[in-house]
Design a protein around this ligand. Structure first.
Ligand SMILES: Cc1cc2nc3c(=O)[nH]c(=O)nc-3n(C[C@H](O)[C@H](O)[C@H](O)COP(=O)(O)O)c2cc1C
Ligand code: SF4
Length: 679
C-alpha cells in the first residue's frame, strides 16, 4: 500500500495488539492506521455524516451519543457527526446539530469523552442547507437562500429563494469559521465543510445555480471563492494542526452541473493551495432525483458504484481521500483500499445495520454481521419524514438510549413461535439469545416468509440477504427451527409452552365486489409469480397498494417481456414508497420502456379482454382493451386462521407483524424485537 499519505504518527493511536495476526493478514489495508493532519486514526473505516433526528436542543444528548458510541464500540476508526448547522440561517430545527446553540458545546464534549473510551476519532461536519432542505422545520423557519436569484425548479427544492447579498455571504463565511472554533474548543479532532449534495456551498460551485457577478460568481475560480474563503477563515481561527477537510460530490451526474472532471479540478486546486487536510468524496446533487439516485443507489445496483469517479480524484491529489457509497462489508472495503482507489472506506449504512460489523470481523465472526441491503428505507426514509434513524433489519439501531444492551432473562420460558417471516425471526432470535427456550414453526422449507418471494423480483433482490441475515441469527441463537411444518393448535400445545407468538403474516386480498375478479386470467402477485407460464403477452397491472411490491411486480413483468400497462387509484405509481429512490428507478424503467400509466382510476369491472375503470374525480369511464392477463395488487390482509384455536387454549398469546396489522418489514422486525425484549 502506498504510504505517501501516512506521515509520522503524532497523535495517540490505539494499538493493534488486540487484533489477531490472522485478521491482520487478511485485512492488511483496513487495519493500517492513517494520519490526517496531526491525528492518527486506528483503522481505515470511517462513518460519514448522517442526520439522525436524534439531536436534542441543537446538540448531542444521550440519544445521539449512545447511537454514535455503539459505532465507536464496534470499532470504527473515525466518526463524523451528522451535519451541524454552521450559521443561524441554516436551520432552527433543534433535532439537528446547530453549532451556535448553547447546548451544542456541552453535548460535543460529552460525545468526545464517550468516543475516547474506544479510541475513536471525532470530526464534525459543518453544513449549511441553503434552506429548502428536506425537513419540514427547515422549510418553515428558514427562508431559502441561494447564490443567485433563480427560481428553483428541481424535484427536491421549493420555489424561489433569497439571493445572498455580498455582506450576507461574508457573514456566512465568518459563521463557518466561528463554528469550526466552537468545535475545536469543545472536543472535535477535526472538521469537514459540507460542499456536496446540492446544498448551499455546492450551489456556489455549480454554474447551474451560481450566476453572480461579484467575486463569488463567474468562472470556475470565482465560483470556488465561497468555499475557498470559508477554508481560509476556518484555518485562521483554528490554527495549524487541526484537520480541516471538504466533503464534495465526485460528479453531479447531470449535464447542467459539475462533471467528474470539474470536481477533479476543484479538488486539485484545494490541494495545491493547501486548503484541506483531507477530501471526503461523495456524489450527486440530492435535489434532482435522477442525480440523487447515484448517491445511495438502489438494491440492484453495483456495490461501490461511485469508486471509479472517486478514484479519478484520488489520482490527482496528495491528501487522503475518504469515500462512502455502498461499501457494505469489510472484505469489499479491503479490496477497494488495496487497489489504491481511496484511503479510507466509509461504511455508514453498514454501521446503521450493524454497528458491530468491524468488531465481528476482528473476532472472526463475519457470519454474524447484519449486512446492509441498501433499501434506504428505515434510515434515510425515516429521517426524511423527521423520524429518528433506524434499520429495518436491526431495530436496536437508533434506540440504544432506550433499549440499551440485551439482558438475559431471569425467568426462562418455553415459547412457541408460529411463522418464520421477519416478525417471527426477529422475535425468536432475540428471545432465544436472552435465554428463553424457543421453537419456531414455518410451513416453508426455508425461513423468510414473503421476503423469499420479494427477493426474486427486480428492485428487491437484496431482500434475500436480509432474510438470510436474520435466519442465520435465529439458528445461532439456538432456536429450534421446525421447517415444512404447518403448525396447528395441537402441534403448539404438544410443546406445553408458557407463551405462544403468532407471526403468520398476511395474505393477498382481492375485492370480491368487483365483477369479473374471479376469472382465471386475474392473478394475485403471488399466483402471477408462481404460475407465470399462465400469463398472456399483454398484462395489465392494477396497483392499489402503492408500496415497493407494485414497483417490483411492474419491473418483473417488463423484464420477462410482457407488454405492460399500469393503473392505480393513487395520484401516481409508488405513492406509498418509504424511500423516493425506488420511485426514481421505477420511473426510469417506465419511461425507458414507454409503459402507459393511468393514475387516479379505480377498478370497476374486469371483462375477458377489457378492464373498466372510472376516474376518482369526474367519474369518467376508461376502458383498457386487448388485455390477456390482469395482475391485481391490494394491501394484504392479516392471516389469523390459528388465532381462535390458540386463544381457546388459554395460553398467553401474542400477535406480531402482518398477522396483527399488515405493514412493512421495518414494523415487523421492530414489534418482534420489542416483544422479545419484554417477555
Ligand atoms: C440517514 C442518513 C442521513 C444522512 N445525512 C447526511 C448528512 O447529514 N450529511 C452528509 O453529508 N451526508 C449524509 N448522508 C449520506 C451519508 O453520509 C453517505 O454518503 C451515504 O449514506 C452513502 O454511504 P453508505 O452507502 O456507506 O451509507 C446521510 C445518509 C443517511 C443514510
Ligand atoms: S434500513 Fe436498509 S439501507 Fe438502511 S441501514 Fe438498514 S438495510 Fe441498510
Amino acid at each position: 500500500m502506498s504510504t505517501r499519505r501516512s506521515g509520522k504518527v503524532v497523535g495517540p493511536c490505539p494499538s493493534l495488539d488486540s487484533i489477531g495476526p490472522e485478521i491482520l493478514k487478511q485485512f492488511p489495508h483496513l487495519f493500517n492506521p492513517l494520519n490526517i493532519g496531526n491525528i492518527c486514526i486506528r483503522n481505515r473505516v470511517f462513518i460519514s455524516a448522517h442526520t439522525t433526528v436524534l439531536a436534542e436542543n441543537g446538540g448531542a444528548g444521550e440519544k445521539l451519543i449512545a447511537f454514535l458510541e455503539a459505532k465507536a464500540k464496534g470499532g470504527a476508526g473515525l466518526i463524523f457527526t451528522e451535519a451541524a448547522n454552521a450559521h443561524p440561517s441554516g436551520s432552527e430545527n433543534l433535532h439537528e446539530l446547530c453549532c451556535w446553540e448553547p447546548f451544542f458545546p456541552e453535548g460535543l464534549k460529552k460525545l468526545r469523552e464517550r468516543l475516547d473510551l474506544y479510541g475513536t476519532i471525532l470530526f464534525v461536519q459543518l453544513f449549511h442547507s441553503g434552506g429548502g432542505g428536506t425537513h419540514a422545520g427547515m422549510m418553515e423557519k428558514s427562508p431559502n437562500i441561494q447564490p443567485s436569484n433563480i427560481p428553483l425548479v428541481c424535484q427536491g427544492l421549493v420555489g424561489t429563494s433569497h439571493a445572498l447579498r455580498l455582506e450576507e455571504v461574508e457573514d456566512l463565511i465568518e459563521g463557518f469559521a466561528k463554528s469550526a472554533l466552537i468545535c475545536k474548543d469543545n472536543g472535535a479532532h477535526g472538521v469537514e465543510v459540507a460542499s456536496s449534495h446540492g446544498y448551499l456551498i455546492h450551489r456556489f460551485l455549480s454554474p447551474m445555480h451560481n450566476h453572480r457577478a461579484d467575486r463569488f460568481g463567474g468562472d470556475f475560480n470565482k465560483r470556488l471563492n465561497f468555499l475557498r474563503e470559508i477554508l481560509i477563515a476556518i484555518r485562521k481561527k483554528v490554527g495549524d494542526g487541526f484537520p480541516v477537510g471538504v466533503r464534495i460530490s465526485c460528479d453531479d451526474y447531470i449535464e447542467e452541473s459539475l462533471s467528474n472532471e470539474d470536481v477533479i479540478n476543484i479538488c486539485k486546486t484545494l490541494d495545491q493551495e493547501k486548503l484541506v487536510d483531507f477530501l471526503d468524496i461523495t456524489g450527486s446533487h440530492e435535489f434532482i432525483d435522477r442525480s440523487l439516485i447515484h448517491h445511495y443507489a438502489v438494491m440492484d445496483d453495483k456495490l461501490g458504484h461511485m469508486v471509479p469517479e472517486v478514484s479519478n480524484i484520488h489520482k490527482n491529489v496528495s491528501v487522503p481521500v475518504l469515500h462512502a457509497g455502498r461499501i457494505i462489508n469489510p472484505r469489499q472495503a479491503e479490496d477497494i483500499l488495496a487497489a489504491g482507489h481511496i484511503d479510507m472506506a466509509g461504511m455508514t449504512r453498514a454501521s446503521i445495520a450493524d454497528p458491530n460489523f468491524l468488531k465481528k470481523t476482528i473476532e472472526q465472526r463475519e457470519a454474524d454481521i447484519i449486512y446492509c441491503v441498501g433499501c434506504a428505507q428505515a434510515c434515510m426514509g425515516r429521517v426524511n419524514n423527521s423520524q429518528h434513524v433506524t434499520c429495518f433489519q436491526n431495530p436496536f439501531t437508533g434506540r440504544e438510549h432506550v433499549w440499551g444492551e440485551l439482558t438475559n432473562t431471569t425467568n426462562r420460558k418455553k415459547i412457541v413461535v408460529v411463522g418464520g417471516g421477519p416478525a417471527g425471526m426477529s422475535f425468536a432470535r432475540i428471545a432465544a439469545s436472552r435465554g428463553h427456550e424457543v421453537s419456531l414453526y414455518d410451513d416453508h422449507y426455508e425461513l423468510g416468509g414473503q421476503v423469499l418471494l420479494a427477493e426474486q423480483m427486480p428492485l428487491s433482490l437484496e431482500l434475500g440477504t436480509m432474510a438470510r441475515n436474520l435466519s442465520r441469527q435465529v439458528y445461532q441463537a439456538g432456536v429450534e427451527v421446525c421447517l415444512n411444518t404447518s403448525a396447528t393448535s395441537e402441534t403448539v400445545m404438544a410443546q406445553n409452552p408458557d407463551e405462544v407468538v403468532l407471526a403468520t403474516g398476511s395474505k393477498p386480498y382481492l375485492p370480491q365486489n368487483v365483477q369479473g375478479i374471479d376469472q382465471g386470467h386475474v392473478f394475485t402477485l403471488e399466483r402471477a409469480f408462481t404460475q407465470s407460464n399462465l400469463l398472456g403477452d399483454s398484462v395489465l397491472l392494477i396497483d392499489n397498494d402503492g408500496h415497493q411490491r407494485g414497483a417490483s411486480t411492474a419491473a418483473w413483468l417488463i423484464k420477462i417481456g410482457k407488454k405492460v400497462q399500469v393503473v392505480t387509484e393513487f395520484s401516481h405509481i409508488g405513492s406509498n414508497f418509504e424511500m423516493s429512490l425506488l420511485r426514481v428507478r421505477i420511473y426510469q424503467i417506465f419511461f425507458k420502456n414507454k409503459i402507459p400509466l393511468y393514475p387516479h382510476y379505480r377498478l370497476i369491472e374486469i371483462g375477458r379482454k377489457s378492464v373498466f375503470f372510472k376516474d376518482n374525480y369526474a367519474d369518467t369511464d376508461l376502458e383498457i382493451k386487448g388485455i390477456d392477463s390482469v395482475v391485481v395488487l391490494y394491501p394484504p390482509i392479516a392471516q389469523t386462521e390459528l388465532e381462535k384455536a390458540l386463544r381457546a387454549t388459554g395460553k398467553n398469546l401474542h400477535l406480531i407483524g402482518d398477522c396483527l396489522t399488515p405493514r412493512n418489514i421495518e414494523y415487523a422486525s421492530f414489534v418482534g424485537a420489542r416483544l422479545a425484549r419484554s417477555i
